[in-house]
Design a protein around this ligand. Structure first.
Ligand SMILES: [Zn+2]
Length: 316
């Protein structure tokens, strides 16, 4: 039987740090699945912040961001606490996969149930053991498949606290993203907690730019909330605010050759890539329907009709 899945912030004294493992279940081989969890407490009480990555097991940039924050001793709290979960979905991680073995998405399984399948149990643990202990959080992700996301915070622009915290993080791009049903962000909002999503880079690939922006943004976020002293400088360049976004999809199957990069500004009618058949006899240019920015690019060279090619957004 799995061990009891509980932990207690108070068992870590003020000014201390420590770690434990959460045993949610075990593999069919009886190998226990141990989810690592790190606790950092400042000398005084204050806001509690969740840093969580790897809800999608193949999205390694977020795990690397939290690993470096811990390994380079960057979480030196003056007050408050940080709960760090660098790798939630161990199952996906060891299988190089986004989901858990039940084929479900943990981030569409909230609030979860204690007797459900794996995704539901994992969501239930976060809902009942993590969310009640925190005030704020950052949920780290990357693009799915071979989609590269320009480093961005996703939040709700109509919520002033969301936008204030996103600006404090100061990523290269901030996107207005409504709450997805059964997601962690929606569940946190229902519980009165604020979780921002950081999306950067693509799955199964370290992207140094995404990792550095993630580390520096997290430090600015913690500093804004008063947990740490200011140590990361704020870039002069303001984040690009994206109010509305669209995916440009393939009108034919074939090879996709992007001609723009994530973060690039676009003018209306600009060439953003072209589709070709493998022998080069056919070519179909893809244009931007409006002025805006490139949010994401699909780096998968072979696409089917209807596949997402380039994610673009309007800043006004
Ligand atoms: Zn993800």
């Amino acid at each position: 039987m799995p061990e009891a899945i509980t932990f207690d912030l108070e068992s870590f004294p003020l000014g201390s740090k420590g770690s434990l493992v959460i045993n949610l279940a075990m593999l069919a081989s009886r190998t226990p699945i141990e989810i690592p969890l790190f606790i950092f407490r400042g000398a005084q009480e204050g806001p509690v912040v969740l840093l969580m990555a790897g809800m999608h097991g193949d999205e390694v940039n977020g795990t690397e961001i939290i690993r470096r924050l811990i390994n380079e001793n960057l979480i030196n709290l003056e007050k408050g606490a940080v709960i760090a979960l660098p790798l939630l979905n161990i199952y996906g991680f060891i299988n190089f996969a986004r989901y858990v073995p039940d084929g479900k998405d943990v981030n569409r399984s909230f609030p979860g149930t204690s007797l459900g399948s794996l995704a539901s149990r994992m969501a239930h643990f976060v809902t009942h053991q993590v969310l009640p202990k925190i005030d704020f959080g950052i949920d780290f992700h990357t693009g799915g498949g071979m989609i590269y996301n320009y480093p961005q915070i996703r939040c709700v622009f109509d919520n002033p606290l969301n936008l204030d915290l996103a600006n404090a993080f100061h990523p290269p791009m901030i996107i207005n993203a409504s709450l997805r049903e059964k997601s962690l962000r929606e569940q946190a909002t229902k519980a009165g907690k604020t979780i921002l999503v950081y999306e950067a880079g693509e799955s199964m690939r370290f992207d140094e730019y995404s990792i550095e922006e993630g580390i520096n943004g997290t430090l600015r976020f913690l500093s804004h909330l008063g947990l740490i002293s200011p140590i990361a400088s704020v870039p002069a360049k303001k984040p690009i605010l994206i109010h509305q976004d669209n995916w440009i999809r393939a009108l034919q199957s074939g090879f996709f050759h992007p001609t723009t990069k994530p973060g690039d500004p676009l003018h209306k009618g600009q060439l953003i890539g072209y589709l070709s058949d493998p022998d080069g006899s056919d070519k179909d240019d893809v244009f931007s329907p409006y002025e805006g920015y490139v949010i994401s690019v699909n780096h998968m060279p072979v696409v089917n009709v209807g596949d997402a090619l380039v994610h673009i957004g309007k800043s006004v």
